[in-house]
Design a protein around this ligand. Structure first.
Ligand SMILES: [Zn+2]
Length: 127
């Protein structure tokens, strides 16, 4: 089971207690009515969706219910660090062992990607 550290509760809890709330550090215009339609489209719909490190908002929905930010590797699903909302992006130097671009040519079995579990095969005669 994936464990996520809540920076407010200061403990690791099962992923079932959390909810993803999209990309973090998306800057909102101070005068939303004045921006162009193209700029509004970029703000509202366009997200980075990288293969590698992403900064996301998460909510400890079945715990303290507070929002926080996390740096997560989208390839391995590993959380590198979590930090309180409003804090700046942390320096990931030393936390990242591989550059995101390094994943591009690796076979899937070297990416530590979880394989889906299959239900055990039923024996003959079982319903
Ligand atoms: Zn919490």
């Amino acid at each position: 089971m994936l464990l996520i550290r809540c920076p407010y509760c200061e403990e690791e809890r099962p992923e079932l207690e959390f909810r993803n709330a999209g990309e973090a550090h998306v800057a909102r215009s101070t005068d939303m009515a004045a921006i162009s339609d193209d700029d509004f489209e970029k703000f509202f719909f366009i997200r980075s969706n990288p293969k590698g490190i992403i900064f996301e908002r998460w909510r400890h929905i079945h715990g303290c219910a507070r929002f926080f930010n996390a740096a997560r590797d989208t390839v391995t699903d590993k959380f590198l660090v979590t930090y309180k909302a409003g804090e700046p992006k942390p320096d990931l130097e030393g936390l990242v062992s591989n550059e995101p671009a390094a994943y591009a040519n690796r076979p899937p079995d070297q990416l530590n990607v979880k394989k889906p579990r299959r239900a055990p095969a039923k024996k003959k005669g079982e319903a």
